[in-house]
Design a binder for this molecule. Structure first.
Ligand code: ADP
Ligand code: MG
Length: 376
């Protein structure tokens, strides 16, 4: 089935006043949300994130302002039509406890009057998409699932009617950090495939950096303090409030946005495990190197050997084994980790584990500097 990719959303001067409140909860919010991107609203509790998000699918009616979705006026669409276009996923999944997983996932297609067979197929497809085996999970009740599994069902349900827009309100807020990391990775994988327009609410800036193509840092009454790419916000926070929210270690956080493939790799002196240590010593001396990376017959890295350790009869077993390696897909943060654990250059391997180059500490530091200057 061809998935529908996202559509743009426009909010123009949108205000929400709750009855009996002196101040509006959201005050004149104006934003263009790009189609097919993940836009994250991040800000402290009570700043108006949920209210702003829920006005997009009209779970909360705006007091004033205009909202368009894919060019259509959201306020004049009927709520069923709106529900078809917008998936919604919330903290603790919001699953109906008395309904099975399959019934939960098939709920919106049911409201849309799809026939039974099509719903059943779609439920299977969605459960597989979020990494749950339909045979095992379809007939279970939410209470028979872990928090992370419930959250996956919540995402499957939100995607079931194939909406171009997905609203996610702190969807991973209630699960443990490891499960949360896994769910985030899965959302990234799904989004790379589906290109929905996702609006994601969180109060966790690191989560925003990981998931967002764009981040809106919000202050009181959903005032937009900064709306930009994670790279730009990390490199150049708009003001002290944003800087405070970004927190310490902004430069290091930037490393999670860069991949090993984005930098020029270094080269190590290499030798094959069958070579004679004496000739290797001669060669690396000529190159002015002190360490050599010994590879196996299929060019997979084995050991780092210092020239002083090249006195034996064989390279086999000399020096110290290569520990942590990184791939070209790894983040520069992973590479930095490897450099620190290994106490030297990180070894980069290709798809078959073959040696591809090295990452040097200097390159990582230079890259951070370059980014800072670019965004300054
Ligand atoms: P966030 O999601 O950023 O934590 P909310 O949008 O839930 O913020 O709330 C924004 C403000 O609006 C808060 O001050 C909150 O107390 C208030 N608020 C939220 N819902 C209601 C409501 N139904 N009635 C009155 N005030 C509300
Ligand atoms: Mg909220």
């Amino acid at each position: 089935m061809a998935e529908r990719t996202g559509v743009g959303i426009e909010l123009a001067d949108v205000t929400k006043r709750y009855p009996g409140q002196a101040e509006p909860a959201v005050d004149g919010f104006t934003m263009t949300i790009n189609p097919g991107e993940t836009t994250v609203f991040v800000g402290p509790s009570g700043c108006g994130k949920t209210t702003t998000m829920r006005m997009i699918n009209r779970l909360i009616e705006p007091t004033s302002g205009r909202i368009t979705i894919g060019g259509d006026d959201a306020l004049s669409l009927n709520p069923d039509e709106l529900r078809r276009r917008i998936g919604y996923s919330i903290q603790q999944a919001g699953l109906f406890p008395h309904m099975t997983v399959a019934q939960n996932v098939g709920m919106v297609p049911g409201l849309l009057k799809w026939d039974r067979k099509r719903i059943a197929e779609r439920v299977e497809e969605m459960l597989s998409l979020v990494g749950l085996d339909p045979a095992e999970f379809a007939k279970r009740y939410p209470r028979q699932l872990s928090g992370g599994q419930q959250q996956r069902v919540g995402v499957a349900r939100a995607l079931a009617a194939d909406p171009p827009v997905l609203l996610m309100d702190e969807p991973f807020g209630a699960v443990d950090p490891i499960t949360r990391g896994n769910l985030q990775d899965e959302l990234l994988r799904l989004q790379a495939e589906l290109h929905k327009t996702i609006v994601f609410v969180t109060h966790d800036f690191d989560e925003a950096v990981k998931l967002g193509d764009r981040i809106a840092v919000l202050g009181d009454q959903s005032r937009i303090l900064q709306y930009d790419t994670p790279e730009a916000i990390l490199a150049n926070p708009a003001d002290d409030t944003v800087a405070g929210f970004v927190g310490a270690g902004a430069s290091l956080k930037q490393l999670t946005l860069l991949r090993v493939r984005d930098i020029e790799l270094g080269t190590a002196a290499t030798a094959t495990v069958g070579e004679s240590p004496a000739s290797v010593r001669e060669r690396i001396a000529a190159e002015g190197r002190r360490f050599v990376l010994v590879l196996d017959e299929r060019r997979r890295p084995l050991r780092w050997v210092h020239d002083r350790q090249l006195g034996g009869a064989s390279l086999d077993g000399a020096g110290k084994p290569v520990g942590d390696v990184v791939s070209t897909q790894s983040t520069l943060q992973d590479a930095l980790e490897a450099i620190l654990t290994e106490g030297g250059d990180a070894v980069v391997t290709g798809p078959r584990g073959e040696y591809a180059g090295t990452v040097q500490l200097d390159t990582v530091v230079a890259k951070i500097r370059e980014l800072r200057e670019e965004h300054a």
